[in-house]
Design a protein around this ligand. Structure first.
Ligand SMILES: Nc1ncnc2c1ncn2[C@@H]1O[C@H](COP(=O)(O)OP(=O)(O)OP(=O)(O)O)[C@@H](O)[C@H]1O
Ligand SMILES: [Mg+2]
Length: 243
């Protein structure tokens, strides 16, 4: 993929007290690519998404989206510019129906008139017709995860950040999700950044992977390069032996 980065992150820092959750993290996402972001538990992946998407204020560094600095903007303003994200723990929409949760996503980027059409289209795209009137609190994990991706996709983002959308899914649910994400990229021109522990999903979906460990970027490369990278293997095995 070529062209100016859709997202450029430079020297990004975020601390919680003495803990440097992100320490001078720099990377880019090219338009149209599917970038994987991996790292052991507590590496800073969700913090990175939270800081990029405006939920956290960075302590230092810059984030530029489509060439525009977005550091300090609200999540809502960033969403309006065309960036959306899913949440690792889906809880905000429990009291809503599936269609209502998706409608909230659609409202972020569509005028009153466009919303219903967007909801219908999104429900159909994600195969949620039969459960569109169900309460989110009544859904199992796999449909709930799908609704969360659908809600984020209903904002029509140019860049979609997915935080462990595949966690807890079985092999066929995972394969379906991967197909949907590939179709979003192909047919809707979405660029994707995928945080994932599920390696078959990372390896099957991503053209390039970056690796965080203790808030620092320790590797970047193709899935094949990353799977052989000594620092990456050490980060995963080292962390596991400390548990
Ligand atoms: N709001 C917060 N307040 C204090 N510490 C936090 C906060 N959010 C995250 N942390 C800490 O920052 C570090 C990075 O956490 P983060 O959730 O970003 O990791 P992660 O890579 O997403 O992990 P996982 O794979 O388990 O989801 C951890 O040590 C975590 O305990
Ligand atoms: Mg996380």
């Amino acid at each position: 993929m070529s062209g100016e980065p859709i997202l450029q992150v430079s020297e990004l820092c975020k601390s919680f007290g003495n803990l440097a959750a992100l320490n001078r993290v720099s990377f880019h996402i090219a338009p149209g690519e599917i970038l994987g972001l991996i790292g052991p538990n507590g590496a800073g992946k969700t913090t990175l998404f939270n800081t990029i998407s405006g939920l956290y204020h960075p302590d230092g560094g810059q984030v530029a989206f489509k060439g525009q600095s977005i550091g300090g903007l609200s999540p809502h303003a960033i969403c309006k510019l065309g960036m959306s994200r899913t949440f690792q723990v889906t809880q905000a929409f429990e009291h809503l129906s599936v269609a209502e949760a998706i409608r909230i996503g659609a409202y972020n980027r569509h005028g009153e008139r466009g919303v219903e059409a967007k909801v219908r289209e999104t429900v159909a795209f994600f195969g949620l017709e039969k459960i569109q009137d169900w309460k989110c609190s009544d859904l199992g994990l796999a449909p709930l995860k799908r609704v969360e991706v659908a809600r984020a996709a209903a904002t029509d983002p140019e860049l979609l950040l997915l935080d462990e959308a595949g966690a807890g899914l079985n092999a066929s649910e995972l394969a379906e999700l991967m197909e949907m994400l590939k179709t979003l990229r192909r047919k809707r021109d979405m660029t994707l950044c995928v945080v994932e522990h599920v390696m078959p999903m990372v390896m099957g979906l991503c053209e390039r992977i970056i690796v965080l460990d203790y808030g620092e970027l320790i590797a970047e490369g193709t899935p094949e390069m990353i799977s052989k990278n000594e620092k990456v293997i050490e980060a995963y095995l080292g962390r596991r032996s400390k548990r």
